[in-house]
Design a binder for this molecule. Structure first.
Ligand code: FAD
Ligand code: SIN
Length: 534
């Protein structure tokens, strides 16, 4: 990627959403795809459980739609749910054709069919998977296809700094014309122009101290879109996955919900089950309910973790269904075939994000957002398990169709200034970045976590203002680095989460506050509108 290059499409992010879109559009256009780390380092790579799709004869689209609406606690957009769920079978077929090998089982007649698992909130087995490492299978296949395609140029270690829009250039036409991008190897910011720009940057769970996500999940796309003038919605709905391995050295170690789907039970240290006291579906209740129940039991009893127990199943069953989880737990000293494993909840998924329409178009012309970065209306107040990969693939299709139609319209590229470093120097106080990073993630965990109160949110808001001031000052004086860019984005996302949480005067889905513990009879999305573009 050379400075001043112009592409038809710039895709920021090489996870499932970005890769799938690139492969749809590559036959028609010249594409640049950037990834801030390695091409494979994305949430998609770590997905375990699978992708939901209606494939079983006893299942139906209506049932999948109904379950999604129920989990979303009244805030899903029904037309979007219907549109996405209808794509399930086609998306699985698409992945199969791109070389993804899913787990199969033998039918009574000897033929093979997809093995389907069940997860929280689903009333049928409908999760297609590649053992317990579905994301790995998807990411490897899609990255390989993208590398092979002559129309896709891939750039790892390139982090988008900010979008370039008409407004920022002082034009009447507020179109997106590309982005400034920091090359982590040369440490230079380059200007990349594009007719269409797509945010496929994933979520923001790194805003929290404990998370199932890899380090890339710093909400960059949400923060960049917000600074450029896009609306952002439903940021209070941060999903905490109920079961991450509790071990000091097990960073970001998710234990798939599929373990509970296949009979895993949640217990207290003495072996007693507690989920039947909280919900009729017990361990397979929607995620918000399970995570909150665990949090409540841990706080009530002063215990550091609860336990996930599947050792009543045969060792063969456990090792064949969960080969990777089995090895991972063993590495940390826990044998799933013989004992219960210690688990805790951790930040897992950002349900809100950049507001898009049903074609993934944002408020800024020629700027799209797909995958976890977007707020499409599919998830409402709580995402149902395995609906996220489906959303990535379905919205990649919708965006591709929309962009394809518009590809041949004439766009005049305006004069765009190069990145200006003349006013900044190398930092003389880099300690500010890791210090503020650690502080932010800790108070977000303590004050804006699974259970919130007005007081805790106010405390977090005060601290965010202070950090924002310090970070803006630092950003204005010193050359950018990867960590500084991510910190700047994290603090913006934290502000949006807290502001949204303060606006919601009820408890609904993933947002639970002791000050308003009840769900209101009617409710709507929390939509934040930026006051100014930066
Ligand atoms: P990602 O896959 O996260 O990709 C984001 C990309 O954007 C990366 O390439 C990153 O480098 C890049 N990027 C970010 N910021 C910048 C920037 N500023 N500049 C350049 N590049 C940038 N969902 C399911 O449906 N089923 C599951 O079984 C499942 N299991 C999961 C297990 C784990 C452990 C985790 C963490 C999540 C799981 N999820 C699952 C959620 C799902 O994996 C994600 O929501 C989904 O993969 C998001 O895909 P994406 O393409 O939107 O983003
Ligand atoms: C899991 O395997 O438990 C994660 C599934 C998801 O987040 O959709």
């Amino acid at each position: 990627m050379t400075p001043n290059s112009t592409y038809d499409i710039l895709i920021i992010g090489s996870g499932g959403a970005g890769l799938s879109l690139a492969l749809h559009l590559a036959p028609f256009s010249k594409i640049a795809m950037i990834s801030k780390g390695s091409l494979k380092e994305a949430n998609t790579y770590y997905a375990q459980g699978g992708i939901s799709a209606v494939l079983d004869k006893s299942d139906s689209l209506e049932s999948h739609i109904g379950d999604t609406l129920l989990a979303g606690a009244g805030l899903c957009k029904k037309n979007i749910v219907e549109k996405v769920v209808a794509q399930g079978k086609a998306c699985i077929e698409e992945l199969h054709q791109k070389g993804v090998v899913f787990t199969h089982q033998k039918k009574a007649d000897g033929h093979l069919e997809y093995h389907l698992t069940k997860e929280g909130g689903h009333s049928h087995r409908r999760v297609v998977h590649a053992a317990d490492a579905t994301g790995n299978a998807i990411q490897n296949s899609l990255v390989q296809r993208a590398i092979e395609h002559p129309n896709i140029e891939l750039f790892d270690d390139h982090i988008a700094v900010d979008l370039i829009t008409g407004n920022k250039l002082g034009l009447k036409n507020n179109q997106c014309f590309g982005a400034y991008i920091f090359d982590r190897k040369t440490e230079k910011v380059i200007l990349v122009k594009s007719i269409f720009t797509v945010l496929a940057t994933g979520g923001a769970s790194k805003t929290y101290l404990y998370t199932s996500n890899p380090d890339i999940s710093t909400g960059d796309g949400i923060a960049m879109a917000w600074r450029s003038g896009c609306r952002v919605a439903n940021m209070e709905f941060i999903q905490f996955h109920p079961t991450c391995l509790y071990h000091p050295e097990a960073k970001s170690s998710l234990i798939s919900e599929a373990v509970r789907g296949e009979g895993g039970l949640l217990t207290l240290p003495d072996g007693t089950r507690f989920m039947p006291d909280y919900h009729e579906k017990a361990e397979l209740a929607p995620r918000d309910i399970v995570a909150r129940a665990i949090d409540q039991e841990m706080k009530k009893r002063g215990i550091d973790c609860v336990y996930l127990d599947i050792h009543h199943k045969s060792p063969e069953f456990i090792k064949s269904h969960f080969p990777n989880l089995y090895s991972k737990c063993l590495k940390f000293g826990y044998d799933m075939t013989k004992q219960a494993i210690p688990v805790v909840p951790a930040a897992h998924y950002t349900c809100g994000g950049v507001v898009t329409d049903e074609n993934a178009q944002t408020d800024i012309p020629h700027l799209y957002a797909i995958g976890e970065v977007a707020s499409t209306g599919l998830h409402g107040a709580n995402r149902m398990a395995s609906n996220s990969l489906l959303e990535c693939l379905a919205f990649a299709r919708f965006a591709a169709n929309d962009i394809k139609v518009k590809l041949n319209t004439d766009v005049t590229m305006p004069e765009i200034p190069e990145w200006d470093e003349s006013q900044v120097t190398d930092s003389d106080e880099e300690v500010l970045v890791p210090h503020n990073w650690g502080e932010l993630r800790r108070f977000m965990w303590d004050y804006v976590g699974i259970v919130r109160t007005n007081k805790r949110l106010e405390r977090a808001q005060r601290r965010i203002k202070l950090l924002q001031h310090e970070i803006a000052e630092y950003y204005g004086h010193f050359k950018v680095t990867n960590d500084l860019l991510e910190l700047r984005n994290l603090v913006t996302v934290a502000e949006l989460i807290v502001e949204s949480a303060m606006l919601r005067k009820e408890s609904r889905g993933l947002h639970y506050t002791l000050d308003y513990p009840e769900k209101l009879a009617t409710s709507s999305d929390t939509i934040l509108i930026p006051k100014k573009t930066i």
